[in-house]
Ligand binder design. Structure first.
Ligand code: C5P
Length: 220
C-alpha cells in the first residue's frame, strides 16, 4: 500500500517542527518528530546511569531498540513519565546530537520511525528523513534559515517560556550542533538529491505552510 510521506529536513531551529505539524494538521496526516526520539534516547541513557562522554554504543543502542516512548499531543512520555520539558532544553538537543552520531543507535530507531507511516499519510521531520528513512517519499523539503535568524527565534521561544537565554551563546550552540550533524559519517544532515529547498529566513509560518501545500498539490 502506498502511504504518502512528506519529509521536512533541515538544521537546528529552522522551524521544521512547526512547519511539519501545521502541514500535518492541514492534511489530517500523522506527524513524526524524529529528533524527539534521539532526545528521548539520550535522556533514557542518562537516566540509566550511562554517560555521553565515554560512550557505550551497544548499551545505548539496546535502550533505543525498545524505547518505551509515547507521543500524546505535544507531550512526550518515556515509560509513562512526561519528559517533554527535560528533552526540549538546549542541553537535551546537545545530548541528542551526541547519541545520534552512533550508527547502532540510528539503526535501532529505524523500525520505530517506519511505524509512523500510517494512513492517510505522514509528515516526518528531522535530518535524514528524505535521505535515509523515507527515501521513496514523493515530497522532500530541505528547510533552512540563516544562523542569526534561527538563534533569534530560539531566543524568543525560550524567553516566552520564562527561561533566560543569551542569543550569542544560542547561536554558538546551534552552529556546533549543525557542524556535528553535518560531519558525521552515518546519515549526515544534507538535502536529498530530489529535495526542494525552502529558506524561511524572511517568510511567515503561514507562507511556508502555503508553499509546502502548493508543492504537495502539484504532486497529486
Ligand atoms: O530536531 P531536533 O533538534 O529535536 O534534533 C535533536 C538532535 O537529534 C539533532 O541535533 C540531531 O543530532 C539528531 N537528529 C538526527 N536525525 C534526525 C533527527 C534528529 O540525527 N532524524
Amino acid at each position: 500500500q502506498n502511504i504518502p510521506v512528506i519529509c521536512i529536513d533541515g538544521p537546528t531551529a529552522s522551524g521544521k517542527g512547526t512547519l511539519a505539524s501545521r502541514v500535518a494538521a492541514a492534511l489530517g496526516y500523522h506527524y513524526l518528530d524524529s529528533g524527539a526520539l534521539y532526545r528521548v534516547t539520550a535522556h533514557a541513557a542518562l537516566q540509566a546511569g550511562l554517560t555521553l562522554e565515554a560512550i557505550d554504543e551497544a548499551a545505548i543502542a539496546k535502550l533505543a531498540r525498545s524505547l518505551p516512548v509515547r507521543f500524546e499531543g505535544d507531550q512526550v512520555l518515556l515509560d509513562g513519565v512526561d519528559v517533554t520539558d527535560a528533552i526540549r532544553s538546549e542541553q537535551g538537543g546537545m545530548n541528542a546530537s551526541k547519541v545520534s552520531v552512533l550508527p547502532a543507535v540510528r539503526d535501532a530507531l529505524v523500525d520505530l520511525q517506519h511505524s509512523f507511516q500510517r494512513l492517510p499519510g505522514l509528515l516526518a521531520d528531522g535530518r535524514d528523513m528524505g535521505t535515509v528513512i523515507f527515501p521513496e517519499a514523493p515530497l522532500k523539503v530541505f528547510l533552512t534559515a540563516s544562523a542569526a535568524k534561527r538563534a533569534e527565534r530560539r531566543h524568543k521561544q525560550l524567553i516566552s517560556k520564562g527561561f533566560s537565554a543569551n542569543i550569542d551563546a544560542l547561536r554558538a550552540d546551534l552552529e556546533a550542533r549543525d557542524a556535528r550533524d553535518m560531519s558525521r559519517s552515518v546519515a549526515p544532515l544534507k538535502p536529498a538529491q530530489d529535495a526542494l529547498q525552502l529558506d524561511n529566513s524572511s517568510l511567515t509560518i503561514e507562507a511556508s505552510v502555503e508553499q509546502v501545500m502548493v508543492w504537495w498539490q502539484s504532486r497529486q
